[in-house]
Design a protein around this ligand. Structure first.
Ligand code: AMP
Length: 470
């Protein structure tokens, strides 16, 4: 059988597994690295998450080392336990027809189960450096028969201080072996590692725009928990997308489905607690275009193969890059353009920075789209004190009292404490103006500032308070 995969030398049993995974053609990094790798050439490749690098080295390892072993013939080192699980999962899928057995080992999980698996024998170990070293010391892992080794995300492993562990592990395996190194950046210490431990390595690099997510525009909206459904309805009203909305929990999927249905939006939802028959029907309906909005959890949406999704909305931001990539990979498929929008609370902004760095693509910040003139919001925007407060939880309020009303800083503070029933420690800076002043108050008292304080009067003057947003 000739396919886009076998054409570049990928063995048929692996190509068949790729077919089953819904892949249709090799990615640039796969095209560049697999033919060389299958010939046993050492390489160091610059490739980011999202380029298909796991499939690249996975194919090389599965295509060159034997299966059915007790002592492993290949080892993949990765920086984190998440990656160990993910890589092991992808290798297991790719080895569906080659029968290689792959075992993930990583710290932070019970060692007993992992020891048992190693004892039972395997062909490939995927592990984090610390735990692998530990297993070698316990004589639970024998690397003397290793034929191929992969250092994945080598730059991150070095940044995380794993160099000593890596060198220890390298010394425990034969010098004569096939070595592959993958890294998102080619910083000096990565090059040194390649130079020290590889034989005439070939350099490979794919550019950033060859990431699979190429056709997907990514942006994020800074919005607090309480205003997410307001922002969502704006997007649904204005862009009218065919969308998958991802939530972090089954409960949130249910809540959102109910809320949107109540507002007459035509949506469907899936999560793992629904019976299989219902889930299948929901997906059939969504595919057939009977409804344009699907609300889902990650697990339920896994493996969904729908080509014409124009939007992926991260109603809740995932906290790991792989889930993020997996989700937004649902759009921009089959050569179509797609948009991925993430709702990000102020505490989650650091995730955006991290993801940008890892995928090497800008995730642009945008505002919630403006409503068309005359168009009414399905859900009203509320003041979200969590979102507008600073790192100490303080929010700013403008109040229509100042020195011309006879106040000093202390007396104005007293007035607020008394009338809004605020604890003294919850009042921050008071900037006294002539006719109006700005005061900082802890977010827990935000409602009292706007509700209770506005009932007060000063010398007959009605007190007015406005929360300052941004
Ligand atoms: P990676 O760069 O290895 O993290 O891969 C990113 C994502 O692309 C993973 O979800 C892979 O399963 C997927 N992937 C890898 N190779 C291909 C391919 N040839 N076609 C479609 N998807 C792929």
């Amino acid at each position: 059988m000739i396919s886009n995969f076998t054409e570049i030398g990928i063995p048929e049993d692996i190509a068949k597994a790729m077919d089953d995974m819904g892949w249709t053609e090799p990615t640039p990094i796969q095209i560049q690295s697999i033919p060389l790798g299958l010939e046993g050439i050492d390489m160091f490749a610059q490739a980011q998450t999202g380029t298909g690098k796991t499939g690249a080295y996975g194919t090389i390892v599965l295509g060159t080392v034997p299966s059915g072993r007790i002592t492993p013939a290949a080892i993949v080192l990765v920086p984190t336990r998440e990656l160990a699980n993910q890589v092991s999962g992808e290798l297991s899928k790719l080895s569906k027809y080659t029968d290689h057995v792959c075992v993930p080992i990583y710290g932070g999980a019970s060692i007993e189960g992992q020891l048992k698996k190693l004892k039972a024998g395997c062909d490939i170990v995927v592990g984090t450096p610390g735990r692998v070293r530990d297993m070698i010391n316990r004589k639970a892992l024998n690397l003397s028969e290793i034929q191929a080794m992969v250092l994945d995300e080598a730059d991150r492993m070095l940044d995380m201080g794993f160099i000593e562990d890596i060198e220890y592990i390298l010394k425990a395996m034969p010098k004569q072996r096939h070595t592959l190194l993958f890294s998102a950046t080619m910083q000096e210490n990565v090059k040194q590692l390649a130079f020290d431990y590889m034989t005439n390595p070939r350099e490979i690099s794919v550019s950033q725009d060859e990431v699979i997510l190429d056709l997907t525009k990514q942006y994020y909206i800074s919005v607090g928990r309480r205003n997410k459904s307001w922002a969502l309805c704006r997007i649904l009203d204005i862009d009218q997308p065919k969308a998958i909305i991802f939530c972090q929990t089954k409960k949130m999927v249910d809540v959102l489905e109910e809320r949107l249905t109540d507002l007459d939006y035509h949506v469907v939802a899936i999560h793992g607690d629904m019976p299989q028959t219902r889930r299948e029907k929901v997906i059939r309906d969504f595919k057939a275009g009977q409804t344009d909005v699907l609300i889902a959890t990650d697990v339920a949406a896994r493996g969904l193969d729908i080509d014409d999704i124009s939007y992926v909305i991260n109603y809740d931001m995932p906290d790991d890059i792989d889930t993020y990539i997996h989700r937004i990979g649902r759009t921009g498929r089959a050569g179509r353009e797609g948009t991925a929008v993430s709702f990000v609370t102020s505490e989650e902004e650091h995730l955006v920075k991290e993801f940008q760095m890892r995928i090497g693509i800008d995730i642009e910040k945008r505002s919630v789209p403006e409503a068309e003139p005359g168009q009414k919001d399905a859900i009203k925007r509320v003041v979200d004190y969590d979102q507008i407060s600073d790192v100490f939880g303080m929010c700013k309020f403008e109040i229509n009292l100042g020195s011309e009303d006879g106040f000093k800083r202390v007396s104005l503070a007293d007035f607020i404490i008394r009338n809004a029933r605020i604890r003294e420690v919850s009042l921050g800076k008071v900037e006294l103006g002539k006719t109006s002043s700005v005061v900082e108050v802890h977010k827990d008292f935000g409602n009292r500032m706007t509700m209770d304080l506005t009932k007060a009067r000063h010398n007959g003057k009605k007190v007015m308070v406005r929360v300052i947003q941004d």
